[in-house]
Design a binder for this molecule. Structure first.
Ligand code: SDX
Length: 396
């Protein structure tokens, strides 16, 4: 049941809930959204089609798609007073800190879609979140670089509009590159949902108390920020930059030795996964997308991409990684492609949050819609002091 956790004595794994949304076979390296393979969705659909699928359980017809995209377009702007909240942040605030604050504050603006018992309210809140996350994320970026916020352009598709809000300025003509927009759209699809990962479980647990959807999604963003989870793409680029500064490919052997050293806490960021004990299917698609973007931008010889491929090749043959079934995950290439697109490293996890918002909403909706769902209340294995009496301070 939702929120009921069963601890297997053998490992601290948890079977958190039933869900019909996403299926992962970690051994086969398989990922399905509502029964469709991620490879087919990333190739044949766009992100809003995938949002419709995750939210409603079926891929949309043309008519359904048109209504859905029109509704998203009608909610892309944020309340004018919300834009003033950005002034409260330092200019060098991490975008994830801003996203946690701004998404949580939506609860204070949209009282008309907070009654979670009302399916219509839930639907309006969902569409507002899908539509506003790109605007809020792009505004976080603009705020940190001291440029004016760009209004959404409803004549553009979802990903082109995000690139517009990120990189356009009032004084220059800007048309988003369609190849980069398509690449971003695919990156959003690859990150849209992933079963009961840490941040989705956070959203479910917060939602099980009846908290409003905006607050629950803000909780998910906070959890995703961690370097072991959504922050791994940022950490992966930092790792590659360090390696390049120390000498690049020639230093890979030394670096791998450090990772393997039992006494070192150095991890190969972008490798390993709690569930995948095979190649993360998203990593393959991310590498292809990376290739496409680098070719489009004439960066085929990008040293960081070459270093990442060399690192991957060595790691895939090294006993330490092979024996532990450590393969590249979605984060290994996502940082390189976003960096090539001009997206600042500090915003990588923000884009992950933007993409994952639909997964969080779909999972939250599924839980709230379950008549049997109860408040989540994980138990513990108590390892503290036995029952004892208090002694007066003079005798302590
Ligand atoms: C995401 O859950 C999701 O679905 C998450 C996500 C999603 O879409 O929501 O897929 C997104 O979070 C992907 C993961 C991004 N994180 C990273 O890339 C950070 C680097 N990876 C590691 O921190 C680690 O692999 C985890 C956190 C992802 C998984 O950690 P686990 O469960 O401890 O890994 P494991 O049990 O498989 O580890 C087995 C062994 C251990 O060594 P031993 O104790 O056996 O000697 O492998 C080691 C680990 O220390 N190990 C690594 C490693 N990952 C695991 N050693 C070096 N480098 C690594 N990356």
């Amino acid at each position: 049941k939702t929120g009921a956790f069963t601890f297997d004595p053998g490992f601290m794994s948890t079977a958190a809930c039933k869900s019909a949304i996403t299926y992962i076979d970690g051994d086969k390296g398989e990922l399905l959204y509502r029964g469709y393979a991620i490879e087919q969705l990333a190739t044949n659909c766009d992100y809003l089609e995938t949002c419709y699928l995750l939210k409603n359980g079926e891929l949309p017809s043309k008519a359904q798609y048109d209504v859905f995209t029109k509704t998203v377009r009608e909610h892309t702007m944020v309340h004018e007073q919300l834009t003033r909240l950005y002034q409260g942040f330092r200019r060098d605030a991490h975008p994830m800190a801003i996203l946690v604050g701004m998404v949580g504050s939506l609860s204070a603006y949209y009282q008309d879609s907070l009654d979670i018992a009302n399916p219509e309210h839930r639907d309006v809140a969902a569409m507002r979140l899908i539509a506003k996350l790109p605007t809020i994320t792009a505004m976080a970026y603009k705020y940190t670089i001291g440029e004016p916020f760009m209004f959404p352009r409803n004549d553009l598709d979802y990903s082109s509009n995000f690139l517009h809000m990120m990189f356009a300025t009032p004084c220059e003509k800007y048309e988003p590159n369609p190849v980069l927009a398509r690449a971003l759209d695919r990156i959003l699809i690859l990150h849209a949902d992933h079963e009961q990962n840490a941040s989705t479980s956070t959203v479910r647990l917060a939602g099980s108390s009846g908290a409003n959807p905006f607050a629950c999604i803000a909780a998910g963003i906070a959890c995703l920020w961690g370097p072991a989870h959504g922050g791994a793409n940022e950490a992966c680029v930092a790792m590659l930059e360090d390696l390049m500064a120390q000498g690049g490919v020639e230093k890979i052997g030394e670096f791998i030795a450090k990772v393997k050293d039992k006494n070192s806490s150095v991890k190969l960021m972008g490798f390993g996964h709690r569930v995948y004990k095979n190649y993360d299917p998203r990593a393959k698609l991310m590498r292809e997308t990376c290739h496409e973007v680098l070719n489009e931008l004439g960066l085929q010889d990008d040293p960081m991409f070459k270093l990442a491929m060399a690192l991957e090749k060595i790691a895939l043959e090294d006993e330490y990684f092979v024996s532990r079934k450590l393969y590249p995950n979605v984060d290994f290439y996502s940082g390189i492609v976003q960096k090539a697109m001009g997206i600042p490293v500090s915003l990588f996890t923000g884009i992950f949050a933007m993409a994952r918002t639909i997964g969080w909403i779909a999972q939250w909706n599924e839980m709230i819609g379950d008549p049997e769902q109860k408040i989540g209340r994980p138990r513990q294995l108590y390892t503290g002091a036995p029952h004892r009496d208090v002694k007066p301070m003079a005798f302590r």
